[in-house]
Design a protein around this ligand. Structure first.
Ligand SMILES: NC(=O)c1ccc[n+]([C@@H]2O[C@H](COP(=O)([O-])OP(=O)(O)OC[C@H]3O[C@@H](n4cnc5c(N)ncnc54)[C@H](OP(=O)(O)O)[C@@H]3O)[C@@H](O)[C@H]2O)c1
Length: 327
């Protein structure tokens, strides 16, 4: 593989952002094909983003021998079947979050990828952001002492058809799999992927999926996290890391470009790490690095990281009695 040929499976909101990012990355792979369930949508996407091939179904993209890696950007309920189709056709995969609907589906995909010697990774783009690399350094230097607590909150308010789509049980809707995954994923990046306990509660709305959820994580070493996510109210994606000597505010923890450190002795400073493009470039570059090195798995966003977060979400949903038709 010299030039990496990307395909995008679906043409929704995030597929467009991904295509924009790829087109602005000058040194790397190229976007060679797009697939949609609808031929006109595929054609329209192809002409808008200058994509050479447009397929009117996902199978034709998966079986195109010129495509190396496929970015899956369908609703989460479809990730499992879409990823399976791509793996069975020998394609490497970058798959949107939530990676699947539950840990069992994720585990099956990882096994299949290993069997076929293919790369697969959850597109948990937040983990690759330069600001998080700097933040880890700040924390390791004990600038705020020992971490005691992490708090995160995030909510957005869709309207019209998007509202229905975001809550639809057949699309694995609800706040947890849509954005709760960010709060849990970032808590895990900071405190660890294996909390000792998870306590949670949720409000299930008119579609039977969670409109609001609250999750508390407790770790063996005594640190805790409190995470709130909701679809229906606008709440800034804001997080705070508390320590024995100060605290750090993450003003936009999903798309982190800066953070502010406050030390208890009174000093405060802000660390800036702006994106080169829009933040998606780093997960794309990591995928390409792994493909060129013939790796099945990223060491930054591992299969185990995805499984751990999926298991925490399974546990929360089990306490709420929330299951999806596709599982
Ligand atoms: N990383 C991020 O920042 C981020 C942000 C938003 C969303 N996401 C994730 O990306 C995935 C897609 O989200 P999105 O906001 O892009 O969704 P979206 O705008 O609704 O697009 C989803 C696309 O999936 C395809 N699709 C296939 N079967 C479908 C079905 N039964 N119903 C609806 N669409 C179907 C459609 O494309 P065709 O008609 O062309 O086949 C549709 O355009 C989700 O898993 C979400 O969690 C990630």
């Amino acid at each position: 593989m010299t030039t990496i040929n990307w395909g995008i499976l679906s043409t929704g909101t995030i597929a467009k952002k991904f295509a924009t990012t790829l087109s602005q990355l000058t040194d790397g792979g190229k976007l060679s094909a797009i697939a949609s369930r609808n031929p006109e949508t595929a054609q329209q996407f192809a002409s808008e983003y200058g994509v050479p091939k447009a397929y009117s179904n996902y199978h034709d993209l998966a079986s195109d021998p010129t495509i190396d890696v496929i970015y899956i950007a369908t609703p989460h309920s479809l990730h499992y079947e879409n990823a399976k189709l791509c793996l069975e056709n020998g394609k490497h995969i970058l798959c949107e979050k939530s990676f699947t609907v539950n840990a069992a589906q994720a585990s099956e995909l990882f096994e299949l990828a290993k069997e076929k010697d293919l790369f697969i990774m959850e597109a948990f783009w937040t983990k690759f952001l330069p600001a998080y690399q700097l933040l880890h350094k700040t924390l390791a230097e004990k600038t705020i002492g020992e971490i005691t607590h992490f708090r995160a909150q995030y909510g957005f308010a869709p309207t019209g058809a998007r509202y229905v789509r975001k809550f639809a049980p057949h699309l694995a809707g609800g706040a947890l799999l849509d954005i709760g995954v960010y709060a849990i994923g970032v808590a895990a990046m900071i405190l660890g992927y294996k909390p000792k306990e998870l306590y949670s509660s949720a409000l299930l709305g008119e579609y039977g999926t969670d409109t609001f959820n609250s999750i508390m994580l407790a770790y063996e070493n005594g640190t805790t996290a409190h995470l709130i996510t909701t679809i229906g109210s606008l709440i800034d994606p804001h997080a705070v890391i508390f320590g024995t000597k100060g605290h750090i505010v993450l003003p936009n923890f999903t798309a982190l470009e800066s953070y502010t450190v406050s030390i208890d002795n009174g000093s405060t400073y802000t660390v800036q790490a702006p994106f080169t493009i829009n933040g998606f470039e780093y997960q794309i570059q990591e995928t390409e690095r792994c493909l060129l090195a013939k790796k099945q798995e990223s060491t930054i966003m591992t299969h185990q990281n995805t499984l751990d977060v999926m298991r925490l979400m399974d546990k929360a949903r089990s306490a709420w009695g929330l299951t999806f038709p596709c599982e």
